[in-house]
Write a protein of this length. Structure first.
Length: 419
């Protein structure tokens, strides 16, 4: 059995792993790196060498390169129905925003759909001599942990996971049983997350402070999952000012209502949507940036979407606030604003006047949760740490060796391992 790491190693972005058994080769995720300029892609893999694609969840850093596999080939794509619907939504938007830089077109996304082999949590799908099942991942709606039985071995690929429950989601199912190979994310492997309820209350207090002080609060949020969670938190805490939601998050709401089994409390979610105000177009956008309200809008890292417009307008007023509630990848406008308080305003880098705060609404397991997952594993798996900045991946592998006595490594892009 061989593993080749195509991306997502010692960084967050362009995740991809090729798992090759004696007769069957599986591609585990195939994502892109989002930045200010053109997107980055993982190492190329010849589609004809792949017998199946496993997609753990919809985020573009895991899904954005998958249509490349379907330009000329028909290969089973294993993922949940909800993940695929959300992936379609994100990739359609990606094509609209970045089509000039993309080596695939909308027709390739349509071909991807034709090859969908849907899977539900705790059910199995067989591909040649491999068997795949999904456990709940807790990272975003529909996200799963992939368990692969191949050549008499059990391989677990976590994708992105969050073992803590949130307002929107149940926590990940981290009882993985007997494992021979573990490929785990490391996003927050060196950090502990603060208490979720305290973060929620702190965010709502800040929102009240800004709005009651005569300002507008922008919460840039990922369209899939984070935007919905932030709205639910405000509703639960009886926030008594206007809350608007914009952009692709509104389409996500409609999709989630059709897949209520993946939401922790679908009734609470439906009540939140009835309470929210929808942004219907540019007339609304230009009006609400001057209102005393909260605006929840993609893109979560300010790379594009309506949030980029809101940011430019809201940044100019010291009464206003910008609250980051999503992870900010290095090189994105959101990371730059968070670290330096500088943003592009009228096309020029300028110091923002609005108050900027960061709230840890992470949808990734922290250090304790990751260790808890490994502690529950039966057997002595070979462990690969990925999907984290270099320090996190390297040190997490060292910690696993020291704490559990397991063989653990932080691979580099292009790294190949025979097992």
């Amino acid at each position: 059995m061989r593993l080749k790491f195509l991306g997502g190693t010692r960084q967050v972005g362009k995740s991809g792993v090729l798992l090759s058994g004696e007769k069957t080769s599986l591609l585990l995720d195939y994502g892109v790196m989002l930045s200010r300029e053109e997107p980055g892609f993982p190492i190329h893999v010849q589609p004809k060498l792949v017998n199946g694609v496993i997609l753990t969840h919809a985020h573009l850093d895991h899904s954005g390169a998958i249509p490349l596999i379907y330009i000329d080939e028909s290969i089973p794509l294993v993922t949940t129905n909800l993940t695929f619907e959300l992936t379609e939504l994100l990739i359609e938007d990606f094509i609209n925003l970045s089509g000039f830089y993309l080596p695939y077109e909308y027709i390739d996304l349509l071909n991807t759909r034709k090859n969908l082999n849907p899977i539900s949590f705790n059910k199995k799908v067989n591909l040649k001599d491999a068997s795949i099942s999904f456990k709940e991942g807790g990272h975003l709606p529909g996200a799963g942990i992939a368990l692969i039985e191949i050549d008499g071995k059990r391989v677990v690929y976590t994708g992105d996971i969050n073992a803590r429950k949130t307002s929107l989601l149940r926590g990940a199912d981290i009882d993985l049983g007997e494992v021979d190979i573990l490929i785990t994310e490391s996003t927050y492997a060196l950090q502990e997350h603060p208490n979720r309820e305290k973060v929620e209350k702190s965010f709502v207090e800040y929102a009240r402070e800004i709005v009651e002080g005569g300002g507008t609060l922008l919460a840039p949020a990922f369209a899939v999952g984070r935007a919905q969670e932030i709205a639910m938190v405000l509703y639960k805490e009886k926030f008594n000012h206007d809350v608007y939601m914009d952009g692709m998050a509104l389409k996500t709401n409609e999709i989630l209502l059709r897949h209520g089994d993946y939401v922790r409390d679908i009734q609470l979610f439906a009540k939140t949507l009835n309470w929210l105000k929808r942004v219907e177009g540019w007339k609304d956008r230009k009006r609400i940036v001057k209102d005393r309200c909260v605006i929840i809008s993609p893109a979560g890292m300010l790379v594009g979407g309506a949030a980029a417009f809101y940011n430019e307008k809201i940044s100019e007023n010291p009464k206003n606030g910008i609250s980051f509630v999503s992870y900010q990848v290095k090189g994105t406008p959101g990371r730059q604003l968070l670290e330096s308080k500088i943003s592009l305003i009228n096309g020029k880098p300028q110091k923002v006047k609005a108050e900027v705060r960061n709230f840890n609404f992470s949808s990734h397991s922290g250090r304790s949760e990751l260790f808890d997952m490994i502690k529950r594993i039966k057997g002595s798996p070979k462990v690969f740490t990925m999907h984290g900045e270099e320090e996190n991946c390297v040190n997490f592998a060292k910690d696993i060796k020291e704490k559990f006595g397991l063989d653990a490594v932080a691979p580099k892009a292009g790294g190949e391992y025979e097992l």
